[in-house]
Each structure stands twice: as structure tokens, then as C-alpha cells.
Design a protein around this ligand. Structure first.
Ligand code: AMP
Ligand code: MG
Length: 329
């Protein structure tokens, strides 16, 4: 199919919204990563998103709204905790999993009776949702398994010719996907870390949210050579190795490894961020992986960051990108 390209003028967004209303697919910028949007209440449209991405159909999508009031159409149970987090963090990079109202098609929720909802702060995203007059289901606008797209160029590289339109906005400011918090249990639980940390959620709620301490740890049943590479997401084409330990030792080990591999004729890239700049790492990480692929890099050596605050979310993506290929020094 011929993909149409839009800018971010009001008229462009209006035309893109018409495509959403007609059941088409539109990629659009958000503050986290680019999303691939479809009318969340139209099962046929949502089905096309899975096909375009090559995404397994049991992997649910996030439903995006442009007004806090819209949450009451998607769920009938807005608890005090949900209200507190909505007031503290919406619009913004926080997704809440809530019980789904019957109007939400099961194809949108991956067959679950809960739905993940977010109100993005990006003005283009908000305008598209408002103009479409429907909530927009959107996973990240990449081919399944590839690093998430943080610029319009990344979306074009993956999805040109596979979707109806792409809104070409600027680069994403956050750079990693939203924090996902499950609000359906007795205690809210973080399912996916993001720049809104568990500590900030706990503070806003006045109680401690749950977060699996083993979230960033390779699980026992992980077999790196298993056919599906079950735990490999966000993967660059290059082999990726994470170096963990004392910063100076890490730098030395990476430099030596680079020298050794360059000697074999391999193209090697080093990724290293300071522990004091996890937000910068979040903003740039996926773009770096894609740049390495474009440059034909064979192996990426990445220094682990300290896993607290936003660093925990960055390391969550880094471990998955590398398929938990870790060297301790
Ligand atoms: P993506 O759209 O690619 O950012 O992925 C959406 C993320 O939200 C995935 O990790 C999903 O597993 C998660 N998610 C979406 N809906 C639900 C739900 N109802 N329950 C639990 N997790 C969800
Ligand atoms: Mg994704």
C-alpha cells in the first residue's frame, strides 16, 4: 500500500484523523515513542495493527485518550488510587491497567478483561485523538522485536508501505515506553518500568506500589538459543554484550574487547552513559541501536547503568535488547 505522509499542521492532523475514523492505521509521535494507531473500538482496525507490526495477537495494546473524562467510557471502576495517579501524572508517560468495559473489543486487550489506558502529553498525539473522536489503540510503531521508534525516520524504516499514514513530528522526548501499572489488584503493581518510577507512584498514592525485584533479572527458564528468543525484545541486528561492574574496570574491559574484535575485522560500537544522566540514556538508547544497525555494526558493547530511579527502566530495555548477554567484570 502507498503510505501517506503528514506534517503536524491542524489540517494534516484532521486528515490523519479521517483515516483513523475510516478504520485505517496512522503512526504518530508521542512523548514516549512513536505509536501505530487505530480506532481502539473498531476490532477490524485493531486487527490490522497486529498484522502490520507482525505482533503476536495475545500482546495487548495501550488505549490512548485525550481527556481524563474519556477513561469512564473504557472502564466502570475508577478507584481513588486511579484518580490519584491520573491527577498526578496525566497527561504523561503513565499507563494504567484497569477493568475493561464491554465496549472495548477483546482484540484490543489481547483477549484480557482488563485494558491499558494512557493520556499522552504530546500535543500532536492529543490533537489526533481529539480529532478522531475515538480512543486510539497504539503499540509502538516498529516491526515486532525491533527497537522502539523515537523519530519519524525510524517509523518509515520499519513500516513504510505497510500502513496508511505517518505523521512526521519531532524526536520523542522521553525515548522509552510508558510506565505500566496494574491497578486491578489490592496493591498497584508496576508491570513495565518507565521514567515515572515506582518511587514517584508510591509517593503520589501515599503507599508502596509493588515492583517485582526480579524484573531485570534473567529468569531460570531462559535459554538464549531457544528458537523464539522469548525474552529478546528491542533487538538490534548486532550482537550486544552488557558490561557490569566498577566503571573503570568496565571501560577497560570494553576497550580491550573492542580492540580484540576490531582485530578480527569486526565493527564494534561502545555505548556508555554516566549514572547521573539516565534521562539522556532513555532518550537516546533506541536511536543508538538503530544507528548501529544502519552503520553495519557487528557488536555493541554497552556499559550497565546503576539500576535505581530512571536507570532501572533504562536497564530493563538494555537487558532485553542484549537478550541478557551480560559480562561481569
Ligand atoms: P507497547 O504497546 O508495544 O508499548 O506494549 C504495550 C505494553 O502494555 C505491553 O508490554 C503489554 O503487555 C502491556 N499491556 C497492555 N495492556 C495490558 C493489560 N490489559 N494487562 C497487562 N499488560 C498490558
Ligand atoms: Mg512495543
Amino acid at each position: 500500500m502507498e503510505t501517506r505522509f503528514f506534517g503536524t499542521t491542524e489540517e494534516d492532523i484532521q486528515q490523519a484523523a479521517e483515516i483513523i475514523k475510516e478504520g485505517g492505521l496512522v503512526a504518530f509521535p508521542t512523548e514516549t515513542v512513536y505509536g501505530l494507531g487505530a480506532d481502539a473500538l473498531n476490532p477490524e482496525a485493531v486487527g490490522k495493527v497486529y498484522a502490520a507490526k507482525g505482533r503476536p495477537s495475545d500482546n495487548p495494546m495501550i488505549v490512548h485518550i485525550s481527556s481524563k473524562n474519556d477513561l469512564s467510557h473504557l472502564t466502570f471502576e475508577i478507584t481513588d488510587d486511579i484518580r490519584k495517579l491520573m491527577d498526578a501524572f496525566w497527561p504523561g508517560p503513565l499507563t494504567m491497567v484497569v477493568p475493561a468495559a464491554p465496549v472495548v473489543p477483546r482484540v484490543t486487550t489481547g483477549g484480557l478483561d482488563t485494558v491499558a489506558v494512557r493520556m499522552p502529553s504530546d500535543p500532536v498525539a492529543a490533537a489526533l485523538i481529539t480529532s478522531s473522536e475515538t480512543p486510539i489503540a497504539a503499540p509502538s510503531a516498529n516491526l515486532s522485536g525491533r527497537p522502539s521508534p523515537t523519530s519519524a525516520r525510524h517509523v518509515i524504516d520499519d513500516l513504510d508501505g505497510r500502513i496508511d499514514a505517518i505523521i512526521q513530528g519531532g524526536d520523542c522526548q522521553v525515548g522509552i515506553e510508558s510506565t505500566v501499572v496494574d491497578m486491578t489488584g489490592a496493591v498497584p503493581a508496576v508491570l513495565r518500568p518507565g521514567i515515572i518510577t515506582a518511587e514517584r507512584l508510591s509517593q503520589a498514592l501515599g503507599k508502596t506500589v509493588e515492583i517485582d525485584p526480579a524484573m531485570n533479572v534473567k529468569t531460570a527458564d531462559f535459554k538464549p538459543k531457544s528458537p523464539g528468543m522469548k525474552y529478546k525484545h528491542y533487538a538490534p541486528k548486532a550482537e550486544m554484550i552488557i558490561y557490569k561492574g566498577d566503571r573503570e574496570k568496565v571501560y577497560l574491559a570494553m576497550s580491550e574487547e573492542k580492540l580484540r574484535r576490531t582485530g578480527y575485522g569486526q565493527k564494534v560500537e561502545i555505548i556508555m552513559y554516566d549514572d547521573s544522566e539516565p534521562e539522556k540514556a532513555a532518550r537516546e538508547f533506541f536511536a543508538k541501536l538503530r544507528a548501529c544497525d544502519k552503520a553495519g555494526v557487528d557488536v555493541i558493547l554497552a556499559a550497565a547503568m546503576r539500576e535505581d530511579g530512571v536507570g532501572f527502566a533504562v536497564m530493563n530495555r538494555m537487558f532485553k535488547s542484549a537478550g541478557y548477554n551480560i559480562v561481569e567484570v
